[in-house]
Design a binder for this molecule. Structure first.
Ligand code: GLV
Ligand code: MN
Ligand code: MN
Length: 415
């Protein structure tokens, strides 16, 4: 097949940017992008994506967790996906661009009339960010056939359980298992995503090949103290849950700093009860997000943090509960998929830089089903999980072109 011309690549970038912008307007709030799993905004974004898939000529279906699937039939399937949920106050590229790249690539093959020796499924997952329920990758895990019935009981900030949210979305938890691909049906899962870091920009390259996605542990640490009057209880007699939590938070930061870059640890969410300025906090829950490319280093830090939290709780006479709501292993990308993306990037005249992903991705669940791989796109300033997130239309076009080049070279039997 003839290589895409620069103007065709630019046209792909322009289309991709318009589609990213269109999804970027679908939000729960007027002034910032918030699109959480199984909400009315998820519904609207899924409908938009399904319409694009139909326009491209894909056959559309939707499973019990709301994953939209656009199918181009063939014996063995290449899965191309990403997610359409967002963090709170999100950028508009993280996730949607990967779905859009898949739709534009499928559209390219359908319109050019070139028959592929395999089928394509474009997948728009709804739970990659884990911003609503304290689990993540529920939708991709279901496609991969992983049973995670325990997560159905998890509740969002309003006390709505995942099971109830599925029903409110018009689906049934009993149908989740039907989302799973049959063994051997999926040849590979690939995902195009903005880098969310500064490496490609620093190296002046538009595209990169992902070597592995780093592992992640979530620890919910709950300190139980005693609520009391902020003016009357002497300092020595208090059991202040927030003061204990603050110590634990700084301990996590110190432990991560001591690893000199091997592990990162973040507290991005904390609930303080009763949450009044004149009441000593009686109950605090911290969520630690701990990540590392080394399983051993991540586990070591999690264990050190747990025992440190125990020591803090004992010293401060606080109750303590520690639970892990998320445990995702470091996931390597298949070497042949890496090489396929590298060749496609080289054919576009760029250097196929290889780099790891510090962000989590649906590939971590899909790897339980089939070999996976990822293509990264340069993003402005390496900024992500922030409304300032940006990738140029030129780079978006190159990414779609690289995905098309990858698909042209893809041989399911070679993996
Ligand atoms: C998702 O973007 C994550 O890495 O948390
Ligand atoms: Mn993402
Ligand atoms: Mn994200």
């Amino acid at each position: 097949m003839a290589a895409l011309s620069p103007s065709e690549i630019d046209a792909l970038g322009t289309r991709a940017e318009a589609m990213v912008n269109a999804l970027g307007t679908i939000s729960a709030e007027p002034d910032r992008l918030v699109r959480l799993f199984l909400t009315p905004e998820h519904r609207r974004a899924a409908d938009r994506v399904a319409a694009w898939m139909r326009e491209a000529g894909l056959e559309v279906s939707e499973d019990a967790l709301g994953t939209v699937r656009g199918r181009l039939d063939g014996p063995k399937r290449l899965l191309i996906g990403s997610h359409i949920d967002t963090v709170i106050d999100a950028g508009k590229y993280d996730g949607p661009f990967g779905v859009i790249a898949g739709i534009l690539a499928a559209d390219h093959f359908i319109r050019s009339g070139k028959r592929l020796p395999f089928g394509i499924d474009v997948l728009a997952f709804g739970d990659e960010e884990g911003s609503r329920f304290p689990a993540t990758l529920s939708s991709s895990a279901a496609c991969a056939g992983l049973s995670r019935t325990e997560t159905l009981k998890l509740a969002d900030r309003d006390g709505v359980t995942l099971a109830d949210a599925i029903k409110a979305y018009g689906k049934s938890p009993d149908d989740i298992s039907k989302a799973a691909y049959r063994a051997g049906e999926a040849a590979a899962y690939v995902e195009v995503h903005i880098e969310q870091g500064p490496v490609l920009e620093t190296r002046n390259q538009p595209l990169g090949v992902v070597t592995a996605i780093i592992g992640q542990t979530y620890l919910n640490i709950e300190f139980l103290g005693e609520a009391g009057h902020a003016g009357t209880v002497p300092m020595m007699l208090r059991r202040d849950a927030l003061a204990g939590a603050a110590e634990a938070m700084l301990l996590g930061e110190q432990l991560a700093r001591e690893t000199k870059g091997e592990v990162v640890a973040t507290v991005g969410r904390m609930t303080v009860a009763p949450g009044a300025s004149n009441v000593i906090p009686g109950n605090v829950v911290l969520i630690f997000d701990i990540r590392s490319g080394s399983e051993a280093a991540r586990m070591r830090l999690a264990e050190a943090l747990k025992s440190g939290a125990r020591e803090i709780a004992e010293r401060r006479h606080l109750g303590l509960t520690v639970t892990s709501t998320r445990e995702v292993a470091t996931t390597p990308c298949h070497p042949a998929i890496q090489d396929g993306f590298a060749e496609a990037i080289r054919a576009l005249g760029a250097e196929p830089l290889r780099l790891g992903s510090g962000a989590g991705h649906d590939g971590q669940a899909m790897a339980k089903l089939c070999p996976i791989g990822m293509l990264f796109v340069r993003c402005g300033g390496g900024i992500s999980h922030n409304p300032m997130e940006f990738a140029s239309p030129r780079d978006l076009g190159l990414a779609v072109a690289a995905l098309i080049g990858f698909i042209e070279r893809f041989e399911p039997g070679a993996l």
